[in-house]
Ligand binder design. Structure first.
Ligand code: GLC
Length: 620
């Protein structure tokens, strides 16, 4: 889970007088010298013409144990103290959900990242900065926000998903951030799970092809490209298969079932060259994934030949909660094959304990060298040693119209037409009166969902974008013919009523876990539908949600048309494009739509009679 704080980079001005580590020499000369501004090649590892494997080998030979261990630690940017970075003991920094700079604009992000990097580069080993850019560069104000994965999973054209990831990578590069913790290749099997919308599908093959497209878009033809970013397939393995959809819960399957359902996304991502993989908080048959050496090392690294590096989840090592305390949890995690620990705040203990565990033999030097060489390899491949800082030439690449057009196309292609009685859709742009109803119709934060600006997301005008209502007004020939009523009042005389219902309050992770009987339309939404229905005006029902919601069949009967809009992001105009026929729907359901609450926890392979089956979708 990401605890978010208001960013105050003045923290960096705090200087701890007490040195946390002696800077005494070890068996190797420490690389702690004056900042190298001339980029003179003094050592082989600095020679970009050499093979990465040779650069890694040379650098490793020059590092002390403390410096190696430091590469294995990732701390959250708040409250990072200058002394840790300058001592060369941190290899990575992240912004957890909502860990934004005070002024949340692209230039402030670039300055913050560069400030950290300047300190790290005093030791000539650049840090790698990570962030959850999971549906666009979603922490950053004015960045384009794409549909969440549940919508992308309904798209039939993988190029569209690749293009979305490409734009995300470009907008990240504009802020100097080279690593995103995406794509999530979870196969959500129970929509009670609060992270269902981060999963492309209940179907492993759909997840695999979408995840592969995302990796292609993010990492580009070469990680070394200036607008490529390091991708991270997550959360390994079985995060979407827990009993009752319990976030961070227990996945109870045979190994054969685990492989069949939850492994294809990783196989496909590895085939695309994904550079990092994040471990799941969940357990597999009651064994914490963060301590699962068989699956992380034997299966992922050896059998699947994953050659990048494995990172823990946020405090995932501490969450092992071993009887022996944090020290034993670190031993279990590193020996299981985790290469980097995301330790947002308690990094001083993690650094200290890791060094002690190597010195007492609990963790072998070979394991440390394997982890550090994997991490350095990715840093060299990304070109961080040559280009550690934000690329100022990209600074205007945030939120451009061209990028918004890519997101609008994703919205068009993700909306699933589920019902279209008497072909009421597409609507006429010349209708004399169109009523738009529902409190979600004009709420940018609701249509973006969680992981937007803040970790949990928030309602309202949270960033640059177009609400569904604004998109409809801009789509018709005369905007004054569009009337908005949250409650559905004043419907009489309308040619049609577009009623927007669904999950109004954004959520992320476990905060979105629900009981099955909660996954229904709210009373307010039902009242709105009834208000309009009583007037006899035909209803086009749009559901904005991070997962299917059970619709009472009597309510459904009152609606002439039904669309699953999912969480479309900042470009609400894409919804209007479908409603008015500027785009003929092509989307197909990425998961079955339950007929009733008793079907909520089921999947297509077990449920014979859903309201709409996996793969269903109409067109005009
Ligand atoms: C969170 C999530 C993970 C995310 C990480 C960093 O708890 O589980 O998906 O990448 O922490 O924010």
């Amino acid at each position: 889970m990401a605890v978010f704080f208001k960013r105050d980079i003045l923290i960096l001005s705090i200087i701890i007088s007490v040195s946390l580590f002696s800077c005494g020499k070890d068996d190797k000369t420490e690389i702690i010298e004056k900042p190298d501004t001339t980029a003179v090649v003094t050592y082989p590892y600095q020679d970009s013409t050499l093979a990465v494997v040779d650069r890694v080998s040379d650098l490793m030979s020059r590092m002390t144990l403390k410096q190696k261990i430091g590469q294995m630690i990732q701390a959250d940017s708040y409250p990072l103290l200058e002394s840790e970075l300058s001592s060369g003991y941190l290899g990575s920094v992240l912004s957890g959900g909502g860990s934004n700079p005070e002024s949340n604009i692209a230039s402030s992000w670039a300055s913050m990242v560069n400030d950290f990097q300047k300190i790290a580069m005093k030791n000539r080993i650049p840090l790698v900065y990570g962030i959850d850019a999971i549906h666009g560069h979603n922490n950053v104000s004015n960045a384009v926000i794409f549909p969440h994965n549940i919508g992308l999973g309904c798209i039939q054209d993988m190029q569209t998903i690749e293009d979305a990831a490409r734009v995300t990578a470009i907008e990240m590069s504009a802020t100097g951030i080279p690593w995103t913790f995406a794509p999530c290749v979870a196969v959500a099997r129970n929509i009670r799970w609060g992270r269902t919308y981060e999963s492309y599908s209940e179907n492993p093959d759909v997840v695999a092809k979408c995840g592969a497209a995302a990796v292609r878009g993010l990492q580009g033809s070469s990680l070394n490209n200036t607008t490529s970013v390091i991708a991270c397939a997550k959360h390994f393995i079985g995060d979407g298969g827990t009993t009752e959809g319990d976030d961070q819960g227990n996945t109870e399957l045979t190994e054969e079932e685990l492989r069949a359902i939850h492994l294809p996304g990783y196989i496909a991502a590895i085939e695309e060259g994904v550079a990092t993989i994040m471990v799941s908080y969940s357990s597999f048959n009651n064994e914490k994934m963060h301590a699962n050496q068989y699956l992380i090392t034997d299966v992922l690294k050896n059998e699947l030949r994953f050659s990048g590096f494995v990172i823990s989840d946020w405090d995932g090592v501490k969450d092992i909660n071993s009887a022996g305390g944090l020290k034993q949890s670190i031993t279990l995690a590193i020996n299981a094959g985790i290469d980097m620990m995301m330790v947002p705040f308690d990094y001083i203990n993690h650094l200290q304990y890791l060094e002690e565990l190597v010195n007492d033999g609990s963790i072998k030097m070979d394991r440390i060298n394997d982890a550090v060489s994997r991490i350095l390899k990715v840093k060299f491949q990304k070109g961080l040693f040559e280009r550690p800082y934000a690329n100022a030439a990209l600074s205007n690449e945030i939120g451009t119209n061209a990028h918004r057009d890519v997101a609008r196309k994703c919205v068009q292609q993700s909306i699933v037409l589920l019902k279209n009685e008497n072909k009421i859709l597409p609507l006429s742009k010349s209708a004399s009166k169109i009523l738009v109803a529902g409190s979600i119709a004009d709420d940018l934060g609701a249509q973006c969902g969680g992981w937007t600006i803040d970790w949990q997301g928030t309602n309202g005008d949270i960033t640059t974008g177009t609400t569904i209502l604004e998109g409809i007004k801009n789509g018709v020939n005369n905007a004054s013919n569009v009337i908005y009523s949250s409650s559905g009042a004043n419907a009489s005389g309308s040619a049609v009523a577009i009623v927007v219902v669904g999950e109004k309050t954004p959520y992320a992770e476990g905060k979105g876990d629900k009981m099955a009987n909660e996954l229904v339309l709210s009373d307010d939404d039902i009242t709105t539908i009834n208000n309009v229905s009583a007037t006899g005006v035909p209803i086009v029902l749009l559901i904005v949600s991070g997962r299917p919601l059970v619709i009472d069949e009597a309510i459904l009967a009152k609606c002439s048309a039904l669309c699953a809009v999912w969480l479309p992001g900042s470009e609400g105009a894409g919804v209007a494009d479908v409603l008015f026929g500027d785009y003929n729907p092509t989307a197909k359901l990425c998961r079955m739509w339950p007929r009733n609450v008793s079907q909520v926890e089921k999947n297509s392979n077990t449920e014979l009679d859903p309201l709409y089956p996996l793969g269903f979708g109409l067109n005009y």
